[in-house]
Design a protein around this ligand. Structure first.
Ligand code: MN3
Length: 236
C-alpha cells in the first residue's frame, strides 16, 4: 500500500485523517475548511503526475507547491493579529465583504484550491452516475448539455477566475467568479454551494496548453472525481 492508498483507506475515519493530516477536510454541510488559523495545506490526495495527460506533472507541482502554498502563507500573514484569526475559513469566506483584500484573495485562494484538488482524481470515469447524473440530466437536459454550459462559463470568464457547478435551493446552476472569489462569498454574484469547480487562471494550464484554455477545459472532464462531486451534492 503506498502513501496515497494509505490516506484513502484512512479517509473512512475522519478522526484518523484529522490526526494524520492535521488540517484535513472538515466536511461540514456549509463548507470544507472549518479550521482556524494557522491554516495548512492538506496533502494532495494523489501524486503530482496522476492527472496526466490532462494536467501535467510540472503544472501540478507548481500549482500545489507554489501557488496554493503561497495563498496559505499569505492568508496566515493577513489574519495575524486581526479579528479573523479566531474565525474558521468557512466563516471568513461567508462574510468576506468585511475582510481586507489580502484575506479575500488568499482566503479564497486557499478555499478554492483545497476544493479543486479533491474534485479531481486519477480514476477516469467518463460521466457521473446515480444522483449526480439524475440531478444534471434533470437540470440541464443531458450531460453533454451540462458540459457545454460549464465549458462556456469557464471559457468566457475574462482573465483569472473559476467556473462552478453550484447547488442552491434544490437546483443546480453553472457560472463563474473572478480572481479567487467563490459562490459561498457574500459578495459573489454567483451564489450557492460549490459541487464542482475549475481553476481557469493561466497558472492552472499555461505550461501545457498555453493560450488554449478550451483544450484544458475539455481535458478536465477526464479527471473529474465524480464520487467526490456526489459527496458534495449530498451535503449541499
Ligand atoms: Mn490556481
Amino acid at each position: 500500500m503506498n502513501r496515497t492508498d494509505f490516506l484513502r483507506t484512512l479517509a473512512g475515519s475522519s478522526l484518523a485523517v484529522g490526526a494524520l493530516t492535521d488540517r484535513a477536510f472538515a466536511g461540514s454541510s456549509t463548507g470544507i475548511i472549518a479550521e482556524t488559523a494557522p491554516f495548512k495545506q492538506a496533502p494532495l490526495p494523489y501524486d503530482f503526475g496522476a492527472l496526466e495527460p490532462s494536467i501535467d506533472k510540472m503544472t501540478m507541482e507548481i500549482h500545489y507547491g507554489k501557488h496554493h502554498a503561497a495563498y496559505v502563507k499569505n492568508l496566515n500573514d493577513a489574519v495575524k493579529g486581526t479579528e479573523f484569526e479566531k474565525k474558521s475559513l468557512d466563516e471568513i469566506i461567508k462574510s468576506i465583504g468585511k475582510a481586507p483584500a489580502a484575506i479575500r484573495n488568499n482566503g479564497g485562494g486557499h478555499w478554492n484550491h483545497t476544493f479543486f484538488w479533491e474534485v479531481m482524481g486519477p480514476k477516469k470515469s467518463a460521466a457521473p452516475t446515480g444522483a449526480v447524473a439524475d440531478a444534471i440530466n434533470g437540470q440541464f437536459g443531458s450531460f453533454d448539455k451540462f458540459k457545454e454550459e460549464f465549458g462556456k462559463a469557464a471559457t468566457t470568464r475574462f482573465g483569472s477566475g473559476w467556473a462552478w457547478l453550484v447547488a442552491k435551493g434544490g437546483k443546480l446552476s453553472v457560472g463563474s467568479t473572478p480572481n479567487q472569489d467563490n459562490p459561498l462569498m457574500d459578495i459573489s454574484d454567483l451564489k450557492g454551494t460549490p459541487i464542482l469547480g475549475l481553476d481557469v487562471w493561466e497558472h492552472a494550464y499555461y505550461l501545457h496548453y498555453q493560450n488554449k484554455r478550451p483544450d484544458y477545459i475539455k481535458a478536465f472532464w477526464d479527471v473529474v472525481n465524480w464520487e467526490k462531486v456526489a459527496e458534495n451534492l449530498k451535503k449541499a
